[in-house]
Write a protein that binds this ligand. Structure first.
Ligand SMILES: [Zn+2]
Ligand SMILES: [Zn+2]
Length: 193
């Protein structure tokens, strides 16, 4: 099995966003995966529960659906990307979510999700900043993929810092700290794909 990170659209997502994310993830995970690919076919938004009052999509169970979806495809890592506001039972909104590789299936077929909706400056009533938008998307993607490599939240200056607000997310770097990088190496060396 080739170690590929697949980018999976849920509903409509700007192709330019995906193209740039693919390029940047390739560079960031150069030592860890063989390639990054954008899947052509999108998953319909109707697979998520829409909450009309919150005007948000509930993704509480979505990763389980995604797991089933990738099961027969044998995809090493799948990062779903959605351009809608999302929440779960536990949080009013989330930037992303991932499953830790707690079983054999998740070790070889990791799944994660990010929403790019709240990463735009315009969401906060400020003027658009494409560079910032792009780097926020990359950061959230690296963070959630990090979880699929069994990396927990980290207190060092590291992309794996926990962030509950955009300010906190902006303060963390795009890079893994040395110990998280080491943990990824250990994890990947110990799985047979
Ligand atoms: Zn996290
Ligand atoms: Zn770290």
């Amino acid at each position: 099995m080739k170690k590929v990170i697949y980018l999976q659209k849920i509903g409509d997502v700007d192709d330019i966003v995906l193209k740039k994310l693919k390029k940047n993830l390739k560079r960031r995970f150069f030592n860890h995966v063989d390639s990054v690919e954008v899947l052509e076919k999108k998953i319909s938004l109707s697979s998520l529960q829409y909450h009309p009052e919150k005007k948000q999509y509930d993704v509480s169970f979505f990763l389980n659906c995604l797991k089933k979806f990738v099961k027969n495809k044998n995809q090493f890592r799948t990062l779903a990307i959605i351009d809608k506001d999302i929440y779960t039972n536990d949080y009013n909104f989330i930037f992303g979510r991932a499953h830790y590789p707690s079983n054999e299936f998740l070790k070889t077929n990791g799944v994660a999700l990010i929403s790019i909706y709240r990463l735009r400056e315009s969401f906060y009533g400020r003027s658009e900043n494409k560079r910032l938008f792009k780097s926020r998307i990359l950061k959230e993607a690296i963070h959630e993929i990090g979880h699929t490599f069994n990396i927990k939240h980290c207190k060092k200056y590291c992309v794996m810092q926990y962030s509950s607000s955009l300010d906190e997310a902006d303060r963390k770097p795009l890079n893994f700290c040395k110990s998280c990088l080491k943990e990824i190496d250990v994890f990947l060396n110990n799985i047979s794909v």
